[in-house]
Design a protein around this ligand. Structure first.
Ligand SMILES: Nc1ncnc2c1ncn2[C@@H]1O[C@H](COP(=O)(O)OP(=O)(O)OP(=O)(O)O)[C@@H](O)[C@H]1O
Ligand SMILES: [Mg+2]
Length: 243
């Protein structure tokens, strides 16, 4: 289990996250929802050690991640796909994937596994990643993160900038990860899809965790959706995002 225990984080002494506690269980998809600027990306960066936390601890089972350096955290089994994907656009698909492999001394079996989940990439290994479509780039970013053989993946708005048809692909990707027993912490603005594939949902507002619930509970009582992301019901959330 990935355990976030009472963490607080700041930028230049301005507090952005306050006293956040949550867990991500083995094999689950946890949806993290909140408005722009709520602190979602900051929470992911804090887990990855990219921002020093002021207080609290982050653990993966018995391993204290918050004592480690940023480059050691992927080696512990945590994959991260940042907002905006951050591929190397001048490198080919294959070169991008190999960057992933080197980071954790993974072998070609891992690469084959990652590619087997996204067969379209196999046909594009020599293409420069900057010329891939948005959906293909997201598949590549995910496949690259998988080259670390992570047990947990943190995904920051993977559907951002994609056309509606491709957004479904993103949710399919998350479901595939879950079926491979990879746990996912999913930050998304696309509510309906997030509720469909998540086991649990947490809401964050102004850097504070407000509510932990399930898609089923939100179906019965959609009030937190309105309160924290401005969507009236799951039905309203249909094609809507709250940006
Ligand atoms: N590098 C930084 N330096 C100073 N302040 C920052 C920095 N990065 C983020 N912030 C501030 O921290 C707060 C939380 O930002 P964060 O990026 O975590 O929000 P978010 O929930 O991911 O929003 P979005 O939905 O727009 O991606 C915001 O007020 C933001 O302006
Ligand atoms: Mg963000």
């Amino acid at each position: 289990m990935l355990i976030i225990d009472r963490i607080s984080s700041s930028y230049d002494q301005v507090r952005v996250l306050s006293d956040i506690s949550m867990n991500i269980k083995e094999g689950e998809v946890l949806g993290l929802l909140g408005r722009n600027g709520a602190g979602k990306s900051t929470l992911l960066k804090s887990i990855m050690g990219l921002i020093k936390i002021d207080e609290g601890t982050i653990r993966l089972d018995d391993v204290v991640l918050s004592k480690k350096l940023a480059h050691e955290i992927p080696e512990c089994g945590i994959g991260y796909i940042p907002q905006g994907r951050r591929l190397f656009p001048q490198l080919t698909v294959e070169e991008n994937l190999k960057m992933g492999l080197y980071t954790r001394n993974s072998n070609n079996d891992v690469l084959d596994w990652a590619l087997s989940l996204f067969p379209v990439l196999k046909t594009r290994l020599k293409q420069k990643s900057g010329t891939l479509s948005g959906g293909e780039q997201q598949m590549l970013a995910t496949a690259r993160a998988l080259c670390l053989k992570p047990r947990y993946i943190l995904m920051d708005e993977p559907s951002e900038g994609l056309m509606p048809k491709l957004i479904e692909t993103i949710f399919d990707i998350v479901e595939k990860l879950k079926s491979e027993n990879v746990s996912v912490l999913l930050v998304e603005q696309k509510i309906e899809g997030t509720l469909r594939i998540s086991d649990r949902i947490v809401f964050i507002e102004n850097g504070t965790l407000k509510e932990e619930t399930t898609p089923e509970q939100l179906n019965d009582n959609p009030e937190p959706l309105e309160k924290y992301v401005g969507v009236k019901s799951q039905k309203d959330a249909g094609s809507q995002s709250f940006k």
